[in-house]
Design a binder for this molecule. Sequence first.
Ligand code: NI
Ligand code: MN
Length: 227
Amino acid sequence: MTIKLTFLGHSAILIEAKRKKILIDPFISGNPSATVKASEMKVDDILLTHAHGDHTGDAITIARNSNAQISAIFELANYLAAKGVKTQGLNMGGKVPFDWGYACWLPASHSSSLPDGTYGGSPASILIDIDGTKIYHAGDTGLHYNLKMVGEFYKPDIALLPIGGFYTMGIEEALKAIEWLNPKIVVPIHYNTFPPIKTDVNKFKSNVGEQTTSKCVILNPNESLEI
Ligand code: NI
Ligand code: MN
């Protein structure tokens, strides 16, 4: 089975497997680096790490157009359900079954409120398991020791890690996170979208090569990786 992972810019990731399309953190129309149109996207599931506008993004529009369910932490799911979309509210650590596998919402060290100030519940990261292939989207986060737990217990194959700094961890913290997560492949996310999170992604890639046993794959917006 091939799993196709496409970077849509910022933290937005499209995963295609088992004839299903799974979309994480679809911040597309407001994203200066996006090359796809949110209004044209059709997916099966939308998963959200937290409530900030650069992660919930176009979730409502795409959910409506696709008749897709949004899975998110309970408080965020309730907020979205009130806007008339199908949602599934969940919480930390349970295995949430999908017809393509399962996902677990796990800790992130961050905050989570909607653009109108409504409390969005806990911020999270998401581990996706498709027939034993594990993809870990770290969400927005600073360095935290639960990443060691994720590495030890869930053993992700691929880690999507924020490296832009300012709102999240930067390059040096991400290198420590890679040591703890020990993935085969790391894909940097959440950098260069806006001036405060500008960083040198090529420096990150060379540091990963020199200091870790993982392989760094830089994806430009709309570029894919097949697993
Ligand atoms: Ni955030
Ligand atoms: Mn963010």
